[in-house]
Ligand binder design. Sequence first.
Ligand SMILES: *Cc1c(COP(=O)(O)O)cnc(C)c1O
Length: 530
Amino acid sequence: MSAEVDWNGIADTYGTPTYVYDGDWLADNLHALRSTLHPSLEIFYSLKSNPNRGVYDVLHAAGARAEVSSLAELRLVLDAGTDPENIVFLGPGKSAQEIEACVDAGIYAVVCESFDELERIDEAARARDVRQRVLLRVNPALSIAGSRLTMGGKPRQFGIDEAQVLAAGRALTDFGHAEVAGIQVYLGTRILDTEVVVKNTAYILDLADRIAQATGIPLTAVDIGGGLGAAYFEGERELDAIELAKDLNPLLDRFASAHPGTRLIMESGRYLTALGGTYLMRVRYTKQSMGENFAVADGGTHHHMAAVGIGSFVKRNFPIALLSRLPEPAEEHGTWNIAGPLCTPNDTVAKSVALPELRPGDLIGVLRSGAYGPSASPCTSSATATRPRSSCAMAGRTWSVAATRSTTSSAGSRPTPSWAEPTATADPRPFEPRKGAVTMVNTDNATTADALRNALAEVLHKELPELAPGTRLFSDLALDSTSVIELLMELEDTLGLQIDPDELTPDVFETIGSLNAYIDACLTGEEKAS
Ligand SMILES: *Cc1c(COP(=O)(O)O)cnc(C)c1O
């Protein structure tokens, strides 16, 4: 976000909590990515990361195509004037209505996720006497480490297994109205390691050739997915597009030369929006509890579940800043817990972050919040439906602001905001993670056992004796599924653990011994990685 945003003015005009987006940054960031990656690669914006109309309009104007996964998103991009040739629709459970809308609109391709669906698409196109281009989503046989959410190499609801596609052979070209014209593979999200993207892409391009040979489908388009990440947490490094281009562009170049005319598609959501948005909240109350500082703000889980950390096993703080005033030079930073207004202990936006002395009325921002904020939060769940929805403001250098209501369901019908043309080049400030809780990595076995006992004591609110490895977490210690998550959060805090939810299995939580072994394995893995 650009530095000179008038946060107080925005909050006064639009109220809090609110999401604020920097249109200049969104456009500049996309231009930078497009001019760095191979010119034959087209960037399709994944609207699920942020279906805000204002955000989409900026990205669309800056040259993004559209990847949509719901009827509301499809209507939004059509309303916004997107050329149907630049729209793809994907998702494992498309309704008949969604498939029909795709065919009616004549979008470039439906990304098909099962053989059943392929027949539905064929039927819908036959009923309209047209042909509909289809890209087969392939669940590849490989899985490359480094993505937080691995999508390949495992049984999945997404796509069709590589082996099944290869085995289908010429049958794929037999559909009269569904024209299978290429493949799509999406291997995961939050990828920060350029080598992972390069390896994924190499695999996908080779797979496209193998599938074309085995089945006879033309390669009119190959969609290499994406999943480019954004750094949120301490110790993470931003994905460097220039570094990515060094190894990716030659691959793409070779493929493009061998397949002139094939459209090369990359999907991107998070990378295009995450750093361009701030979740702005106002502090309502401050207080102390058992020696810790709490600021209770007007925003939280209901708009920004990712920052709260629900859905991941461990709570890590998004970068947080005081935005309404400059702290006095000599002002001491304290350690703060930032809570939202909901009546659940889970509504904790940040734990133990260093911030100046907070006061009621202060504006604080959860930075890097442009992706998967409203679209991944329970704004409309029954628990929170009575709370006001967050509005959205668009801020540029000279913030000329348009507010819209942001919900996915009403996305298509919202009025078009207007704002100033991007004027100057934004220079997003480099990410300077705030020092939060002290984390330490310790592989000493005895210390792991101590840390585990302390964490359990914290979660169970009682002193614990030395614990035998055979002690069972559920039956002997009476942990339940909620307290297990608290336990993982506590361990993350004290040991600096990063737990991959994909790797957790129930037997990790059998006994003290199994959990201890799992933690040790995590700690060793992290040491190796760093
Ligand atoms: C979610 C999703 C995206 C966008 O992922 P980002 O990590 O936000 O870039 C792209 N393609 C598919 C198939 C997805 O499910």
